[in-house]
Design a protein around this ligand. Structure first.
Ligand code: S3P
Length: 183
C-alpha cells in the first residue's frame, strides 16, 4: 500500500463536533497506539495509551496484571485509568481492545470524545502480532475469531469506522477525514 506520508499539522482546540478528545478503538494489533501517536502529532494534542496508563498505575505490565490478579482486576484498573484520562483536554487516546466491552466505559467515552473504530482484518492482525504475543494475554492462536466476535458490539458502538488494513499514516489520514478535520 502506497504511503503518502504523515498528515500535516492541524492544531485545534476541539474537534468539529466540540469534543476535546479523539479515541481509537479496535482489536489487538489494529494499530491503535501507532495511529494515535500520528494523530496526536497532527492535531498537536497529547497522546495517551490506556494500557500503558494501567501498567504505570499498577507498577507492572498488563500481562502480569492478568496473570497475578486476573482479568476482572485488569478491567477495574482499566475503567479507573479511563476516568483519569478523560479529564485531559486535547488528547488522542488509544483504548485497549476490550475497553468498550463495558457499557459504563462506552457511556463515559461518548460523553466527551469522538470514538473511531480501526477495523482491521484478522489476517493483518496475525501478521502484526506474530512476534509480540507475550504482551497480550488474550492473544491465542485459533481463538482470535471468537474473541473478535465478542468484541464487535463494542467496536460497532464507535462513532466512525475506518478501514485499518493500511499504513499508519494512511489510517491516520482516514481518521482525520472521518472526524471532519482536513489535514
Ligand atoms: C485486550 C486488549 C489489550 C489489553 C488487554 C486486553 C482485549 O489491548 O488491553 O490485553 O481485551 O482485547 P490492545 O488492544 O492494545 O492490545
Amino acid at each position: 500500500m502506497a504511503d503518502a506520508g504523515a498528515p500535516g499539522l492541524v492544531p485545534l482546540d476541539r474537534l468539529p463536533g466540540g469534543e476535546r478528545q479523539l479515541h481509537l478503538t479496535g482489536f489487538m494489533g489494529s494499530g491503535k497506539s501507532t495511529v494515535a501517536r500520528h494523530l496526536a502529532r497532527a492535531l498537536v494534542w497529547s497522546f495517551l495509551d490506556l494500557d500503558a496508563l494501567v501498567a504505570r498505575h499498577a507498577g507492572k505490565p498488563v500481562a502480569r496484571i492478568f496473570a497475578e490478579e486476573g482479568e476482572r482486576a485488569f478491567r477495574k484498573a482499566e475503567a479507573h485509568a479511563l476516568r483519569q484520562a478523560l479529564r485531559k483536554p486535547r488528547a488522542v487516546v488509544a483504548l485497549g481492545g476490550g475497553t468498550l466491552l463495558s457499557a459504563d466505559n462506552r457511556r463515559r467515552c461518548a460523553g466527551c470524545a469522538v470514538v473511531v473504530w480501526l477495523d482491521c482484518s484478522l489476517e493483518v492482525v496475525r501478521e502484526r502480532l506474530g512476534t509480540v504475543r507475550e504482551e497480550r494475554p488474550l492473544w491465542r492462536a485459533g481463538e482470535l475469531e471468537a474473541l473478535l466476535e465478542a468484541r464487535l458490539p463494542g467496536y460497532r458502538s464507535a462513532d466512525h469506522r475506518v478501514d485499518a488494513d493500511a499504513s499508519p499514516h494512511e489510517v491516520a489520514r482516514r481518521v482525520l477525514q472521518a472526524v471532519g478535520v482536513d489535514g
